[in-house]
Design a binder for this molecule. Structure first.
Ligand code: HEM
Ligand SMILES: *[C@@H]1O[C@H](CO)[C@@H](O)[C@H](O)[C@H]1NC(C)=O
Ligand SMILES: CC(=O)N[C@H]1CO[C@H](CO)[C@@H](O)[C@@H]1O
Length: 322
């Protein structure tokens, strides 16, 4: 029987139920179980970037590498005793900042033990990095649970390499339920951070195996990069958005529009009508629309293959399953 007391309960529950979307994720998911989760996370990110600003790139990139491989389930954080986990794969060799995720986890375990997943920590941290480096904030959907599997080979087959052309990139993103717009918007993350010579050296010295240069790269930029990345020299790195690589802005699109995108996958955005139009529309003076789009696409990426409800687990330590 629907007693008045029961109806009152229903009225309380209704807004909560309605805010959960089809994936089982919700904005404000921890508002009752761990109300300080988002502010504690933001504080750790703030303190971290104040002393180690170069961690902004790898921490934002970590969200991409987590979500594209087995979904956003923190599989990227798991250690393998035999070095066969995702983080052991070549694309992950340059991921950093695992200790920052652990720092957030430790703080959250003190406040609300066993409640906040490592997958949600990666998600919150990626948003906070963008805010701390100058971008707009957005509402993160939370409620992910952590996976129990992490395989090196999954990283190799699911992460697009920097040599991908536009068709391969579109296919890769479509395969994850993301659109062409998500591809061009999320590539804008390359406005912060660095790239190692090994990821683009082929463009400078041996593009088609004939000792040639990638003709799609600005020749002055090729000359500049060759001085830093010599043919047989060490694998040093360069800023992807030179002079502004610690600032989240639309500088990336200006670079790409001038044929100064660092990777083939960046340059490739000029080879599709929709992505090209976006690059040209954002090469200067349209920053707010990029900032808004970025939050929308990050939410989209954050929905890939999530574990919710009773699936997976809430890890106690992010680098190992319970
Ligand atoms: C479109 C396909 C993508 C490809 C092929 C790609 C490839 C790469 C490569 C090769 C690097 C350089 C790593 C190094 O040499 O240290 C890099 C860096 C980075 N990527 Fe991507 N990426 C893609 C999409 C994304 C997305 C979707 C995000 C996040 C939304 C992202 C965020 C970053 C960031 C922030 C860095 C800088 C890392 C640092 O400073 O250490 N990338 N990416
Ligand atoms: C360029 O690539 C070709 C084909 O893979 C290879 O035979 C040649 O040694 C390379 N040249 C240089 C300078 O690396
Ligand atoms: C940070 C990290 O775990 N890097 C690993 C990436 O993979 C290589 C092997 O392919 C390891 O040696 C690194 O330690």
């Amino acid at each position: 029987m629907a007693t008045p007391k029961f109806m009152f309960f229903l009225a309380l529950l209704l807004p909560l139920v309605l805010s959960v979307n089809g994936n089982g994720l919700a904005v404000g998911y921890y508002s009752r179980s761990c109300p300080q989760a988002e502010s504690i996370t933001m504080n750790v990110v703030k303190q971290t970037l104040a002393v180690a600003p170069s961690l902004s790139g790898p921490l934002l990139r970590m969200f991409f590498h987590d979500c594209f491989v087995r979904g956003c389930d923190a599989s990227v954080l798991l250690n393998s005793p035999t070095n066969q986990a995702e983080k052991d794969a070549i694309p992950n060799q340059t991921l950093r900042g695992y200790e920052i995720i652990d720092r957030v986890k430790n703080a959250l375990e003190i406040h609300c033990p066993g409640v906040v997943s490592c997958a949600d920590i990666i998600t919150m941290v990626s948003r906070d990095v963008v805010v701390q480096t100058g971008g707009f904030s957005w509402n993160v959907e939370l409620g992910r649970r952590d996976g129990v599997v992490s395989l090196l080979n999954d990283a190799l087959t699911n992460l697009p390499p920097p040599t991908d052309n536009i068709n391969a990139l579109v296919r890769s993103f479509r395969g994850k339920g993301l659109s062409v717009k998500d591809l061009v918007v999320l590539s804008g993350a390359h406005t912060i951070g660095i790239g190692h010579c090994s990821a683009f050296r082929n463009r400078l010295y041996n593009f088609t195996g004939k000792g040639d240069v990638d003709p799609s790269m600005n020749s002055h930029y090729v000359a500049t990069l060759k001085k830093i990345c010599t043919l047989n020299g060490p694998d040093v790195f360069v800023q992807m958005d030179p002079g502004s690589s610690k600032k989240f802005d639309e500088g990336y699109y200006a670079q790409v529009s001038k044929n100064r995108g660092l990777f083939q996958s960046d340059a490739a955005l000029l080879n599709n009508a929709e992505t090209k139009a976006y690059v040209l529309a954002h090469k200067g003076g349209n920053q707010e629309s990029f900032f808004k789009d970025f939050g929308v696409s990050m939410v989209n990426m954050g929905r890939i293959g999530v574990l919710t409800g009773n699936a997976g687990q809430i890890r106690k330590v992010c680098s190992k399953i319970n």
